[in-house]
Design a protein around this ligand. Structure first.
Ligand SMILES: [Zn+2]
Length: 357
């Protein structure tokens, strides 16, 4: 498993570099072909790999992604590094180890696939919201009996993910009127003042007790200290546990008006991933996994988490269980790592789930 993981990690694959993504995809597709899979490149770069999938029959769907949040050159200052318990490196935990785990599980089948077969979809752009893969993922989920997502378990634990918040991003652009801040301040309409009002008003739409959180994460505006600013914009992150909360926030964002009516406001964006609401189907899958883990000698919990994944797209369409990759910590952070002492047990768990579900 370490050798396979090193092969994937050595090929840096930021979401925006299609050529780099394709190099990792080719390695993964080679592993699939070695197992006799039929593989296909779908428009946008998603790869589909079919293990004994038969026309018209429902299959087991596995979701993975090869892109990472790390730019080229990251390996120089964040190299592959192992100690007794941990293996560090960009994209290890999120989620190249998850892909390696799937293939080690699949190799145990001896090319004899369960009824209906197993379909593996590998996305090139999960980290940027799955713009090209979403349609393929939803289409595949409509024919799936169940969906297993090999994103990592909850950080620093064995816990699987049985629900995820929905995620949204908005960009608000404010256009006011520029003017000399000393000579003619009243003729100006400040885009920064309007944006400042909006930051406070829109963040106040958050309702943490209902699972709704809102954070303006980026802002820029103005041209010079002595000019009333005509331009400002900000980007805002929204997380919701239910669709009705997403709608409430969306109305609030679109309905907001600045104190100075001369400032124009343009709203772009919205809900990107719907909430992955915990369903009886998902909990039943978790119960199955928990029993297998107990048999293997470890306790398996589950949680609803704030971050989204491609599981958010499939959860409304088929029972989805997420977090079946490798335990570890530090997703999107410089201490990203896989727990070597826990990883093999989770691959055994995934293997048995693929066999028994
Ligand atoms: Zn991921």
């Amino acid at each position: 498993m370490l050798q396979d993981l090193k092969t994937l990690v050595d090929i840096e694959s930021p979401s925006t570099d299609l050529a780099a993504i394709s190099r990792v995809m080719n390695v993964v597709e080679g592993w699939a072909r070695d197992l006799g899979a039929e593989t296909r490149a779908l428009p946008g770069g998603t790869r589909e790999m079919n293990f004994g999938v038969q026309d018209g029959q429902k299959y087991l769907l596995v979701l993975a992604h090869v892109d990472t949040v790390w730019p080229h050159g990251t390996l120089k200052h964040m190299p592959w590094r192992e100690d007794a318990e941990r293996l560090y490196g960009p994209g290890t935990y999120d989620m190249k180890a998850g892909i390696v785990g799937v293939f080690h599980a699949l190799r145990s089948f001896g090319k004899v696939w369960p009824a209906g077969g197993i379909k593996l979809l590998v996305s090139p752009d999960e980290e940027i919201g799955s713009p090209t893969s979403r349609g393929h993922i939803e289409q595949a989920a409509r024919q799936a009996r169940v969906v297993l997502v090999v994103e990592p378990p909850v950080a620093d634990s064995h816990n699987l993910k049985t629900g995820r918040k929905g995620t949204g991003q908005y960009t608000l652009t404010f256009t006011g009127i520029a003017s000399h801040a000393g000579n003619k301040p009243a003729e100006g309409a400040s885009a920064i003042t309007a944006a400042a009002e909006a930051v406070l008003a829109l963040q106040a739409l958050a309702r943490p007790e209902a699972g709704t959180t809102i954070s303006v994460g980026k802002i820029a505006g103005g041209t010079a200290t002595n000019v009333v600013p005509a331009e400002c914009f900000f980007d805002m992150d929204v997380r919701v546990s239910t669709l009705s909360e997403a709608e409430r926030v969306d109305k609030g964002v679109h309905g907001w008006k600045p104190g100075d009516s001369r400032v124009k406001v343009k709203v772009q964006g919205g809900l990107n991933r719907p909430p992955f609401e915990q369903t009886p189907g998902t909990l039943a899958l978790y119960e199955k996994a928990r029993a297998i883990a107990a048999d293997l000698g470890f306790e398996l919990g589950h949680e609803v988490v704030g971050g989204g994944s491609d599981g958010n797209f499939t959860a409304p369409l088929a029972p989805t269980l997420d977090g079946l990759g490798s335990p570890g910590d530090g997703a999107h952070a410089s201490h990203e790592h896989v727990r070597l002492d826990r990883w093999p047990a989770h691959v055994q768990l995934l293997t048995r789930l693929l066999q028994e579900v």
